[in-house]
Design a binder for this molecule. Structure first.
Ligand SMILES: [Fe+2]
Ligand SMILES: [Fe+2]
Length: 192
């Protein structure tokens, strides 16, 4: 295995932290989706699956850069604590908010300082997707807390996920191309 160059040590450490976060978010959201389906909050289950797929794409992108920089993408997957769907949505929102407000901006600043374009690209892609996830989880929490059984939260719903950067949309064709990475919209995955 190639060694990690000293000037990349912090970037690799940040990528590993993000890789662990995304890998665990993926596992967590899939478990939350099962619970949401069982509770009849089918739209929330769809959202968990779509966001989970996005986190899996982020983890794979981070892993690729870790390897490019001579590191090894390994992490621990923790046991998922599944609560009520409302609690699970709040847990998911808190995670997304932390990533949007703190984790990714910090990691991005470090990668920019190092002019590491691969790390910048993977952190930026994740940051943009997490903003949408936070918005959608916030919407879901309001609907579920209001017991809005006549809204999307109670019906299986299709979300559209960019296979390259994980950008997540609730609109079948929002743009011609992914607004974050320019991937053609035809390649987006439908997740329900
Ligand atoms: Fe996310
Ligand atoms: Fe994209």
């Amino acid at each position: 295995m190639q060694a990690i160059a000293e000037q990349n040590a912090t970037t690799v450490q940040n990528l590993l932290t993000a890789f662990e976060g995304e890998s665990n978010a993926h596992a967590k959201y899939l478990a939350f989706a099962v619970k949401a389906d069982a509770d009849g909050w089918l739209g929330a289950a769809s959202l968990f699956r779509a966001a989970g797929r996005a986190e899996q794409i982020h983890a794979a992108n981070h892993a690729r850069v870790i390897k490019q920089l001579g590191g090894e993408a390994k992490c621990t997957i923790h046991r998922v604590e599944v609560n009520t769907t409302l609690e699970n949505l709040k847990t998911a929102l808190a995670g997304e908010q932390y990533e949007v407000a703190t984790m990714y901006p910090g990691f991005l600043a470090e990668a920019e300082e190092r002019k590491n374009t691969a790390a910048i690209r993977t952190f930026k892609g994740a940051l943009e997707a997490e903003k949408t996830h936070a918005r959608l989880y916030g919407e879901a929490i309001a609907l579920l807390a209001g017991d809005k059984k006549d809204s999307w939260i109670a019906t299986t719903r299709t979300f559209y996920v960019c296979p390259v950067c994980g950008y997540t949309s609730e609109t079948e064709k929002e743009h011609e191309r992914c607004p974050v990475c320019n991937c053609p919209w035809e390649r987006f995955e439908s997740i329900r």
